[in-house]
Design a protein around this ligand. Structure first.
Ligand SMILES: [Zn+2]
Length: 258
């Protein structure tokens, strides 16, 4: 095994963690936006309720004016009725007075209805504002949780980056470059284990000769998978005929047969 392989393995382990932490950090702005978006519905509801209230207050003003106008008119006709000369003119005025009074009553009814609607609108505004306040409290809490988590993750990233520097230090420059180049094309993976005669990066067979070379220690050669190009390493022990592992296998099979 090349003496830099353990450091490269460590580097790759740290790099994978860095990618995971960075990916998580990137989700935070979206999570904050999603939390804030929860408020927009409540805000819209408040705005709509306030608009209805303003409209009902306008209606209220309008009917108040109507009532006043018809009352003034009725009063004016009554004042005039003392000065009329003919019976016909008097009757006409009485008719106008009755009509104005009917209009007063109508406007007063309408005014009452609008007042009730206005009160209802006020209640709805208060209700919508209370809802918004509740949502704001919840979102503030949620944002705090997200911010705390974000700070934690950033700290984690910093310590991983420091860890990466430590892993990188003993690796020769040319191998750093090779690793970086390969990792760029393989979603951050620069190495793959050769296990059971296979490259664990792509699943293709690794030549027995290469496997043998991978196990040879020390060996300052770097071997790459012929199929995917990842730097190969092996954690499998060197099989020596008649060694401890061989007799162990024999022993376990003997146990199975008994
Ligand atoms: Zn491969």
């Amino acid at each position: 095994m090349h003496s830099a392989i353990p450091h490269l393995i460590e580097l790759q382990r740290v790099d994978h963690l860095i990618v995971a932490v960075r990916t998580e950090i990137e989700t935070f702005p979206k999570r904050v936006r999603e939390a804030d978006a929860k408020l927009s519905g409540a805000r819209t509801a408040v705005a709509a309720a306030r608009e209805r209230l303003v409209n009902s207050q306008k209606d209220r003003k309008k009917f108040e004016l109507d009532v006043q106008q018809w009352k003034d008119r009725a009063k004016k006709y009554r004042d005039q009725s003392g000065a009329v000369k003919t019976n016909e003119a008097y009757k006409a005025l009485q008719h106008e007075i009755a009509n104005a009074e009917a209009e007063v009553a109508k406007a007063e009814d309408a005014q009452l209805e609008v007042m009730m609607a206005s009160e209802e609108a006020e209640r709805r505004v208060r209700h919508a504002e209370a809802n918004l306040k509740e949502d704001e409290t919840a979102v503030t809490k949620e944002r705090k949780v997200i911010e705390t988590l974000q700070a934690e993750k950033k700290q984690q990233l910093d310590s991983l980056l420091a860890e990466r520097e430590r892993a990188l230090a003993p690796i020769p420059e040319d191998l750093r470059e090779l690793y970086t180049r390969i990792a760029k094309r393989h979603h951050g993976a620069g190495l793959a284990e050769a296990r059971d005669g296979q490259c664990r990066g792509c699943g293709m067979r690794v030549l027995p000769h290469t496997l043998q070379e991978l196990r040879r220690d020390p060996n300052e050669e770097i071997y790459r998978c012929e199929s995917c190009g990842l730097i190969l390493y092996t954690l499998e022990p060197v099989p020596v005929p008649g060694s401890a592992s061989g007799s162990e296998r024999a022993a376990s099979s003997a146990v199975n047969h008994s």
